[in-house]
Write a protein that binds this ligand. Structure first.
Ligand code: GN1
Ligand code: MG
Length: 361
């Protein structure tokens, strides 16, 4: 890997010599490395190298163009704000394809901390602010200029249709084992699909959204614990505001990690939900319609079901999409997300009350 990174770094004309690297294990799709370079004066400077998964992202060149548009827009509007910056090759491209046909990109490394899970409600509220603020910054960005990097990415209806079609095909013979999970998803199919159907019919607004709002996609200052940057812009494209909210609380308000095997540890923490919602709503309140606010709780349920369905679908298809650390990883992820979705559903009234309480203050 050292040699590969050294060669890729040369293409981006990084100054100094590669000194060390480490693999960053966050992320289920791309492969990420922190590479540290040393100059003649023995100063060290780090960069982030990413190999984009081109099975998942079929148009990586368009993705880089999207990211370029979005970050240039933010830089122009908010010159003092830190944005992601990608390095260019001698040909002026912000990516490099090596002889193995691997797609590489290199950005500056931002010294920071990220939170996979935290009990610190101030950090959770700040994560809400960061994603809300990100969405507001792009509120006057023309979404039609963006390539849809993964078509129907958060089209829950289509995701569920695909799941049931693949369960029929059952190419790996795993469907019998997951009948219970399929049955539950079937029972909530309509409810989980509703928002995506309304959006497709134009009944809910389409906005430019992040679409992958896991807490660890916000970089925080190590000392002040304030957000400094929203990262992972691969899926920035037209979408639903409420789904950015929903995906974030799905992750941050869970009492357990996303792939917790012990389901007795998996709950939806309403205090964490409140903290995130407060931060998020404070930023986006002026822009969202009453219908969107009203749909925040349903969106949290829907996207949790959607992700469970995506994990389960990948399990049925032989684990080709998400990186797996052990054979039944996708099934464990599915069960964990379903457990969480059920708890969200149980707490619907309380969650809706929390949203109206925040709106009233
Ligand atoms: C994937 O690789 P990562 O962690 O950025 C996935 C998200 C899921 C997430 C679940 C392009 O994101 O949609 O919510 O895993 N990204 C893509 O952990 O499919
Ligand atoms: Mg991502």
């Amino acid at each position: 890997m050292f040699e590969t990174l050294r060669f890729v770094g040369e293409q981006f004309r990084l100054p100094g010599t590669l000194y060390s690297y480490e693999t960053i294990t966050l992320g289920n799709i791309n492969s990420t490395y922190k590479a540290t370079y040393r100059n003649d004066k023995y100063d060290l400077k780090s960069y982030l190298f990413q190999r984009v998964n081109t099975v998942v992202f079929k148009n990586p060149v368009e993705i880089m163009a999207n990211i370029d548009r979005v970050t240039s827009f933010i830089r122009e509007k908010y010159p003092n704000q830190l944005t992601l910056h990608f390095h260019h090759t001698a040909d002026g491209a912000n990516y490099f394809i090596n002889e193995q046909n691997y797609f590489w990109r290199v950005s500056n490394y931002v010294d920071s901390i990220t939170f996979d899970s935290t009990d610190d409600l101030a950090v959770i509220a700040a994560t809400g602010e960061a994603f809300g603020h990100f969405q507001m910054q792009l509120s006057d960005f023309d979404g039609s200029t963006l390539c849809e990097t993964i078509p129907d990415f958060h089209n829950t209806k289509k995701r569920l249709d695909t799941l049931f079609a693949d369960a029929e095909k059952d190419v790996c013979g795993r469907a019998a084992e997951v009948e219970e999970e399929l049955e539950y998803i079937r029972s909530v199919r309509e409810e989980a699909s509703e928002l995506s159907i309304r959006m497709a019919n134009g009944e809910l607004p389409t906005r430019v959204t992040h679409n992958d709002t896991k807490a660890n996609n916000v970089l925080f200052d190590r000392v002040t614990k304030r957000p400094i940057l929203v990262i992972d812009l691969d899926t920035v494209m037209p979408g639903m505001a409420m789904y950015d909210f929903g995906d974030a609380v799905r992750f941050i308000a869970s009492t357990a990690v996303e792939d917790e095997p012990d389901l007795s540890k998996v709950f939806f923490d309403t205090a964490k939900f409140r903290a995130f919602a407060k931060g998020f709503i404070q930023e986006v309140k002026s822009a969202l319609t009453a219908e969107e606010i009203d749909a925040l709780v349903q969106a949290s349920f829907s996207i949790t079901i959607e992700l469970a369905a995506r994990f389960l679908d990948d399990y049925l298809n032989g684990d080709t999409y998400f990186k797996c650390n052990y054979p039944a990883h996708n099934l464990v992820r599915t069960r964990c997300q379903l457990q969480l979705a059920k708890d969200i559903h149980r707490k619907y009234d309380e969650l809706r009350w929390i949203i109206s309480d925040i709106m009233a203050h």
